[in-house]
Design a protein around this ligand. Structure first.
Ligand SMILES: [Zn+2]
Length: 124
């Protein structure tokens, strides 16, 4: 049985940091804990300024993209923590062998061993 304590601590720290980051630009979807919704910076611009509107569309797109990236990481951390609970943490999802310690040390959310690195993105 793998000693997951050190990974659990690291993952919880990562989760805490990413949650704080997400909260600055989005809100947690109350109906779906794996979903975050980007929120506009501020909606107090009353003036119908076209340039401002264009800026905020750009800003909005940027925020949505950042939230999507962070959300993927957030969910990766959550599922790694779930794997610790179920005892499947550190097992390659492709070959079912143990994931190398050095890979987990760098990336505790890893779902594959180093041999199957490239297949990780195609896992559901
Ligand atoms: Zn593998």
């Amino acid at each position: 049985m793998k000693d997951t304590h050190v990974y659990k601590t690291a993952l919880e720290e990562m989760l805490k940091n990413i949650t704080e980051e997400l909260k600055t630009i989005g809100i947690h979807n109350p109906n779906n804990p794996s979903d975050w919704i980007a929120v506009p910076e501020d909606l107090d611009t009353e003036e119908p300024d076209l340039n401002l509107a264009a800026d905020s569309v750009e800003e909005w797109n940027e925020r949505t993209a950042i939230v999507a990236t962070l959300e993927t990481r957030y969910n990766g951390i959550q599922s790694a923590l779930a794997r610790i609970e179920t005892g499947t943490f550190g097992i390659c999802e492709v070959c079912k062998n143990e994931i190398e310690e050095k890979r987990l040390a760098v990336s505790p959310t890893a779902r594959t061993c180093m041999v199957h690195l490239e297949e990780e993105n195609s896992l559901s």
